[in-house]
Design a protein around this ligand. Structure first.
Ligand code: NAP
Length: 260
């Protein structure tokens, strides 16, 4: 049994859908006060209702574009004012359009890097004034296996952004230590989310077949890993990452996966 996050103020960017929604649900179930930061209202309202109905903690939506500094700063200030500070930041929002390098407009590269990588810097920067040494702040980034470990055609920008998050993580861990705050990353494999569904049935089917555990991950699989990093018990872990992928990166060949 891990220490409780009951009553803690938790920001989950991209908490209105997919993995972020799973993270928000897992933290709220443990009694946290969760701020869902995303651009759209409708999906966020559904995610907040779902949490309220399940009981435990609470959830509210704060509109935010994580690629924009003013928007991030105002989101964090509003959470701190409403919830009495910020204890945990789950910087999870991200986008993964699929375009090969030869076809990619440079503006798409900038957009993906801003949404997935610059956003981590902006969110951490905005939270620093609220990380209080006594309260043991926590940051959990949602990176990916794509980039740091694997490649996939169409995701050069995405992979670069997800590897970049891990580069950011190492120095951020050193700089946040003085505030008593840890920062770690979860590296999901293929998790069944709204965003992944957009890639089509064929993608989902072949991905599931390439995973030793023979299923896509559930959003709460990532939520539980994030909850661990946010616990007191993980207080001596910082600057690290954990792969949560059903064993997807293990097989050396098609033959190896077909044998099991
Ligand atoms: P998703 O289902 O498409 O949900 C994305 C979430 O991010 C939504 O809540 C979206 O809300 C929010 N978002 C996107 N752009 C934003 C912006 N500029 N500002 C604020 N919020 C923004 O995606 P997902 O599959 O759950 O992925 C979530 C994270 O996990 C991403 O970082 C992704 O790279 C990572 N990941 C996913 C997988 C997977 O298999 N699904 C695997 C590895 C890593 P709005 O559009 O309303 O803003």
């Amino acid at each position: 049994m891990l220490s409780s996050v009951k009553g803690k103020s938790v920001i989950v960017t991209g908490g209105s859908k997919g993995i972020g929604r799973g993270i928000a649900r897992v933290f709220a179930r443990e009694g946290a006060n969760v701020a869902i930061a995303s651009r759209g209202d409708a999906a966020a309202a559904v995610a907040c209702d779902e949490i309220e109905q399940e009981g435990g903690g609470t959830a509210y939506h704060v509109p935010c574009d994580v690629s924009d500094w003013d928007s991030v700063r105002s989101m964090v200030e509003s959470v701190a004012a409403r919830s009495g500070g910020v204890d945990v930041l789950c910087a999870n929002a991200g986008a993964f359009p699929q375009t090969k390098i030869v076809d990619m407009d440079p503006s798409e590269w900038d957009q993906v890097l801003a949404t997935n990588l610059k956003s981590a810097f902006l969110c951490v920067k905005a939270c620093i004034p609220h990380f209080d040494n006594a309260k043991k702040g926590r940051v959990v980034l949602t990176s990916s296996i794509t980039g740091p470990v694997t490649g996939f055609p169409g995701w050069s920008h995405y992979g670069a952004s997800k590897s970049g998050q891990l580069g950011f993580l190492k120095t951020a861990a050193m700089e946040l230590a003085r505030y008593g705050t840890t920062i770690n990353a979860v590296m999901p494999g293929n998790i069944y989310t709204e965003g992944l569904q957009d890639l089509g049935e064929e993608y989902l089917k072949t991905m599931a077949a390439s995973i030793p555990l023979k299923r896509l991950g559930d959003v709460e699989d990532i939520g539980h890993a994030a909850l661990f990093f946010a616990s007191d018990e993980a207080g001596y872990i910082t600057g690290q990452q954990i792969v949560v992928d059903g064993g997807q990166i293990i097989p050396e060949s098609l033959e190896a996966i077909e044998e099991i």
